[in-house]
Write a protein that binds this ligand. Structure first.
Ligand SMILES: [Fe+2]
Length: 487
């Protein structure tokens, strides 16, 4: 039984001073990092400008809520050299993205489905604190967020149209009631973002390390895109998506419709896939949610971006962000078992979210062929970064050219791990292996220092380039940092 009222307090009403700066990397072009600094400020407060070498750049108002205004300031800093900016009397240092030596962090699953707003902050943000300390020792160039930046599942509570989402929905809500629902959802999405951004641990990093984000289902609602059409395409479902998307554009990308940064492949934002190219490095992030249905992972426009990336030269390393893992155990067996047992069918939606679902086998092969094509050129390598499963793991696929494609899974930064028994079960399932591309078997392997393939601890990932070579390290909450693994 769902609670009768929304559990979240109106955090926006209690904000006393601006939240921010929260830095986003808009793009890298012509030797410059193009940045957006985002602020969430109480209505009516003056917003100090960003200061660069004696030049003041004013912030612009890009959205208004009941109690707060969203401000954004766009500015540029050198792409490959350290630099800094100032705001409100404080200096913030930036590492830049030097080609020879840089460190990037990857995080995912920043929250939990139920009661995330009332968790103890020390417990919830323990891994964020560790990451902030890591940055103070070895500055991070970029912070990649691989999905579930917020867990918005509870935003639907407390409004008569959406309180029983997705189980029971009004068939024909009036336009007036839908406008009321929009106001309800907008304010509650805002609160979710304030809750994660208004913590000392996150704020320290967000002001000093440009973020790049890719959403997953919980940024919208659990299972978005894998739910039945009667839910997704209902008036309430579409309003939920529109409000989630507006919030993601604002708080994950620092923009609104009509002014998407140049890294996005589709300026209209039908899908939110993007790519960033720096010397020796490409970051490629398809949008696996905007165009998703129970039959398709991406639409024509999303696939066009990926095919284009497969044919565009990208010397060095391409890190592909796929919110759900591309390499994993043979889940189609599990899916078949769940379909056969009526009480398990609700979990089928979760499996539909995976590349390994029987419904997406063609899409999975298509993606793997694109990734294989990228790595088929001399001087080009590809590595996949994913989250979603609340476990740490890694996989490999031999590409047939003497190269190996690594799949690195890091999840979650604040979502607690599932029972160890689930990790052992996946470990057992992974022994079966899978070969979606004939002759290229997928193998899940233990993270360095671990005896099992799936680690049930909170975690994040560090990617380090030194002397031209990339390495990965998992920061595991109980086991500590893994050994650096060459990629
Ligand atoms: Fe998650």
């Amino acid at each position: 039984m769902k609670p009768a009222t929304a559990p979240s307090p109106p955090l926006s009403a209690h904000l006393k001073k601006p939240l921010g700066p929260i830095l986003m990397l808009d793009d890298i072009r012509e030797g410059q990092m193009h940045l957006a600094a985002l602020f969430i400020a109480p209505n009516g407060q003056e917003m100090p400008p960003i200061e660069l070498d004696g030049i003041s750049i004013s912030a612009e108002n890009i959205a208004t809520y009941q109690h707060v205004t969203i401000w954004r300031c766009r500015f540029s800093r050198p792409a490959t050299d350290p630099s800094h900016y100032r705001w409100n009397g404080n200096r913030f240092d930036l590492a830049g993205c030097p080609e020879g030596a840089m460190q990037i962090a990857y995080v995912s699953c920043n929250g939990e489905e139920h009661g995330d707003l009332t968790r103890d902050g020390d417990e919830r943000n323990a891994m964020w604190r560790q990451l902030a300390e890591t940055h103070d020792q070895t500055p991070l160039s970029l912070l990649l967020h691989g999905g579930d930046q917020v867990y918005a599942d509870e935003v639907t509570l407390g409004h008569p149209l959406s309180h029983d989402w997705p189980d029971r929905l009004p068939r024909d809500p009036s336009r007036g009631d839908l406008v009321d629902l929009r106001d309800h959802l907008r304010e509650r999405f805002l609160d979710r973002y304030i809750a994660v951004y208004d913590t000392a641990e996150h704020a320290h990093l967000a002001a000093r390390v440009p973020s790049l984000m890719q959403w997953d289902d919980h940024d919208i609602c659990d299972g978005w895109g894998s739910l039945r059409r009667s839910r997704t395409y209902s008036p309430v479902g579409q309003m939920l998506f529109d409000c989630a998307r507006e919030a993601a554009l604002l708080f994950q990308h620092g923009c609104v419709d009509g002014d998407l940064p140049a890294r996005f492949a589709d300026p209209t934002g039908l899908h939110l896939g993007w790519s960033i190219t720096a010397p020796g490095l490409r970051l490629l992030a398809p949008d696996l949610r905007s165009e998703r249905s129970r039959r398709e992972v991406m639409g024509t426009s999303g696939w066009r971006m990926m095919e284009g990336a497969g044919h565009t030269p990208a010397p060095g390393r391409t890190f592909v962000m796929s919110s759900v893992p591309v390499l994993g155990p043979r889940l189609s067996v599990l899916e078949w078992v769940m379909m056969a047992i009526p009480s398990m069918q609700k979990y089928e939606d979760d499996l539909r979210d995976q590349w390994q679902s029987r419904a997406h086998r063609d899409s999975w092969q298509h993606l793997l062929e694109i990734l294989q094509r990228i790595a088929s050129l001399d001087g080009q390598d590809v590595t996949v970064l994913s989250g979603e499963i609340h476990l740490a793991a890694r996989g490999e696929m031999a590409l047939g050219t003497g190269k190996v494609m690594h799949q690195l899974v890091a999840s979650g930064i604040s979502h607690r791990a599932p029972p160890k028994a689930w990790a052992r079960f996946l470990d057992m399932l992974a022994r079966f292996g899978d070969s979606p591309l004939p002759g290229h078997p997928i193998q899940m392997r233990p993270i360095p220092g671990q005896s099992h393939r799936y680690v049930a601890e909170r975690n994040y990932l560090l990617l380090r380039k030194s002397e031209g070579n990339w390495q990965a390290q998992w920061a595991l909450e109980d086991s500590g940092p893994s050994a650096w693994m060459p990629l």
